[in-house]
Design a protein around this ligand. Sequence first.
Ligand code: JEW
Length: 267
Amino acid sequence: MRCDVFSIFPDYLSPLNLSLMGKAQAEGLVDLSVHDLRDFTTDRHRSVDDTPYGGGAGMVMAAEPWARALESVIPAGSEVQRPTLIVPSPAGEVFTQARAEELATEDHLVFACGRYEGIDERVLEWAAGHFVVRPMSLGDYVLNGGEVAVLAMVEAIVRLIPGVVGNPLSLVEESHQDGLLEYPVYTKPSRWREADVPEVLLSGNHAKIARFRRDEQLRRTAARRPDLIARLDPAQLDRNDLEILHIEGFAVQNGAVRSVASDPGEN
Ligand code: JEW
C-alpha cells in the first residue's frame, strides 16, 4: 500500500517512522511519504491560508497549494483506480474499525491534514474528479488540525495489512468480538499489592474462563457503552448473557435489547 500525507507540520507525522509502522515500511508492506504543503506554494512567503469569505473567526486554507500538492500524487493517465483521499474533519463520517478494514484493502491512500478553520471546500469538489474523497472524523471532539487524526487512522489501517502484525491470531480474535468491549486482562504476579487475579483464570477450566470473560465483556459494555448493547442481536444472546444484561439493567423488548427504566442514565 502507498500512503501520501500532506501537512504544514510534516514533523508531526514522524511517529509513523517508528515501531510497527517503521517495520511495515522497512519490510516494503507500506510505502509512506510525508509531504510539506508549503513546498507547493508559489509566493515568496509560502502562504497557505487566507481570510474566510462570509466573515467569521480564524483563517481558511487556500485552494491552490492543495490542488498543486494533490496533483503531484495523481497516478499518470489513470481515471481508473482513483486513490482514496482522506480529509480529516470534525464534519466527516466517523472513522470506525469497519472503515479501517475497508481502507486496509486499498492500493493508494492520500491524507490531507488541514489546519486553522479547515480547507476551502472547492478543493474537495475538484479532488472528486481524481480521488475517492472521504471527509473523516476521529470522533466528536475538536482537534487543532488533521495530523493527530491521521496518526490514529494510519495506525489502525496499516496494522490490518497482512504481515504487519506479528501474530495474525490476535487480529482474528479481535475481529470476532460480537460488538462488545474487550474483557479485562491480567498477567503475573497472581497477587500484586493485595490484589488477586480472578481465581477462575488460574483454574485451567476453559469453558468457565470463556464464560467469565463473556460476562465481563457484557458488564463493562453495559456500563460504559450502552449504545453498543442496544445494537446487539437478541438471537445471538444465550440465557446467561440475558441474565447478566438484566442485572445491568437491560432486557429484550420488541426484538431488541432495551434499557429497563430503573436507571435513568444521563438523560
Ligand atoms: C479536525 C482537521 C483542520 C477531526 C476531529 N476543520 C476544522 C475545524 C477546526 C477547529 C474547529 C472547527 C473546525 C480545526 N481543524 C481540524 C479539526 C480535523 C482539522 C482544522 C478534527 N476533530 N477535529 N475528529
